[in-house]
Design a protein around this ligand. Structure first.
Ligand code: ATP
Length: 533
């Protein structure tokens, strides 16, 4: 955090005093930043190299096993293994291509978040359709989100799971970071909930079960999402759900939260009086608003989208220990899932208020505020499971196997969950269909002209860039897709299984011609990485 502030300071030279400049402090701190960036780059470069070698071996071994188990004749086996090697060589060649935004046709905007936008796009060379998430670097820096964006990129690159949205490429130019992901045309759970109001327990069970699997898959890789909410649960064309948006937790404005602590004695009556005030609602006889759950539902629906787009975000799904900054673990994601399950069955989240700070207070004092409206008619098993998610960390269900064994899930066939027909099938007509997303206006017309390369790029090397060293990534499958010759297609069906099981293979565009023995070379390496990215 401090480093980022320092970098911002260096970037705007006039902020440094003349005396500092004379003393060379600005220069030396820039050098330190560069050295740190070079170190980070070298580490991630070698990690990527090691992973590449491992993945390549694994792809070969999976294919060998598959060929053996399917009793493919020996000659054919040799041929297919040669094909795989040729694909690998081609992959090595193609991954050196410096991918940039001009490699894509930019189509409709399908989402807008706190740091940028998400659009449908078509890769010019392959014709493949993707979702492009574009994040403004200066926003990430000024809001201290650099680590989060790195976490998102790393998680997507490392975790290959059918429950997680697939990352194909990441790259950057002078001003933006880009994530090229699979496009999930079924829309997000927030939109589905706004449309449907509530889900039946059968439909909710299906999506909560898929969420359990998604959360389990990131926890297995030691990641905590911390920001699980319906906006981040996306549906594919068949209605199966995947988790997205990793690590980009919005900075909730906590300036008013400092006064909240668990032990404060709350006058709940007063809290209710102040909490539910909304000038747009007619006052009831006793001066209270939200007389009924129905009213609360209507209120929630009016506010939901506004909250999603605001820079503050919605705190409705955040666990109390995260809000209290007490230190938290993976259990916080299960709390969020409990809040989502409640919303699916009741129609609004359990601690909703139109004022985010009041929501935070209610979450922290959840014991006073967790109530099930009788109208919602939840089964005892559903109530019990929600209660086991929305509780103190010590009592919360914390392991996926415990959760899967809960009676509410008794009819779920966990190992077939992504193979069976989904509980809800979105309407999707063709790969460019965006009907399940809101319509967004273009704010800035899509940029044209290649950015971030060529000799002028050197002039643009700023400390801002150093924060994002090592962001470039290309997925084996995507690069392979770029170069699907008929020759390679021959072994495609068998290769696919080997690719799926060792799917991600991160690539940092950098040639190894430098010796890393001295500092100068390291700085040069980092600069080149920035330039090439
Ligand atoms: N891969 C995808 N396929 C289809 N739609 C997507 C995809 N990724 C994101 N979206 C849409 O864009 C919206 C915003 O995406 P996302 O939450 O990742 O952006 P963000 O800028 O990180 O938002 P946040 O403000 O939540 O941090 C999602 O709610 C979803 O509707």
């Amino acid at each position: 955090m401090e480093n980022h502030k320092q970098m911002e300071k260096n970037e705007v030279g006039p902020m440094a005093t003349e005396a500092e400049e004379e003393a060379g402090q600005v220069g030396s701190s820039l050098t330190l930043e560069r050295v740190a960036a070079a170190k980070q780059f070298i580490e991630s470069h070698y990690k990527a190299q090691m992973k590449h070698i491992q993945d390549r071996k694994q792809r070969r071994s999976v294919l060998e096993k598959k060929l053996a188990s399917e009793h493919v004749p020996e000659q054919e086996q040799i041929h297919m293994l040669k094909d795989l090697e040729r694909t690998e060589t081609e992959y090595m060649r193609l991954k050196r291509h410096k991918i940039c935004v001009d490699d894509f046709d930019l189509l409709a905007i399908i989402g807008r978040g706190a740091f940028g936008e998400v659009r449908l796009c078509r890769e010019k060379k392959s014709g493949n359709i993707y979702a492009m998430k574009k994040l403004k670097k200066s926003e990430m820096l000024s809001r201290g989100q650099v680590e989060h964006v790195r976490a998102e990129r790393n998680l997507l690159a490392e975790v290959a799971s059918h429950c997680i949205v697939k990352l194909y490429y990441s790259f950057q130019d002078a001003d933006y970071l880009y994530l090229i992901m699979e496009y999930l045309p079924g829309g997000d759970m927030m939109t589905l909930l706004i449309r449907e109001e509530t889900l039946t327990e059968t439909v909710a069970r299906f999506y909560i079960a898929q969420s359990v699997m998604a959360i389990e898959s990131i926890h297995k890789h030691n990641y905590i999402h911390r920001d699980i909410k319906p906006d981040n649960l996306l549906l594919d064309k068949n209605g199966h759900m995947k988790l997205s948006d990793f690590g980009l937790c919005k900075p909730l404005d906590c300036s008013n939260l400092s006064s909240i602590n668990e032990n404060e004695v709350l006058d709940d009556e007063n809290l209710h009086e102040t909490m539910d005030i909304d000038e747009s609602f007619p006052e009831s006889k006793n001066g209270r608003r939200w007389k009924s759950p129905l009213e609360q539902l209507q209120h929630w629906q009016i506010n939901r989208r506004k909250l999603a787009f605001s820079t503050v975000g919605t705190p409705d799904y955040i666990a109390p220990e995260v809000l209290l900054k007490k230190g938290y673990g993976m259990e916080c994601d299960w709390w969020s899932l409990g809040a989502i399950m409640y919303e699916m069955l009741v129609g609004y989240p359990p601690f909703y208020s139109d004022d985010p700070v009041t929501t935070c207070r209610k979450i922290v004092h959840w014991k006073n505020h967790l109530k099930f409206p009788v109208e919602a008619r939840l089964t005892p098993e559903a109530k019990d499971l929600i209660g086991r998610f929305l509780c103190d960390v010590e009592n919360r269900l914390g392991r996926a196997d415990q959760i899967k064994a809960h009676p509410w899930f008794k009819d779920i066939a966990w190992d077939k969950l992504y193979e069976v027909e989904a509980a809800f099938k979105p309407e999707v007509n063709g790969e460019l269909d965006t009907q399940n997303f809101m319509k967004y206006d273009e704010v800035d017309p899509p940029a044209t002209g290649r950015t971030g390369s060529g000799p002028m790029r050197k002039m643009l090397l700023t400390p801002k860039d150093l924060s994002f060293v090592g962001y470039t990534y290309k997925n084996f499958e995507a690069v392979k897709g770029l170069h699907q010759s008929s020759d390679l297609n021959r072994s495609a069906s068998l290769n696919r299984s080997s690719i799926d099981s060792a799917q991600s293979d991160s690539v940092v565009d950098y040639s190894t011609r430098h010796s890393y023995s001295d500092m100068e070379a390291q700085v040069l390496a980092a600069s080149e990485d920035v330039m090439s990215e």
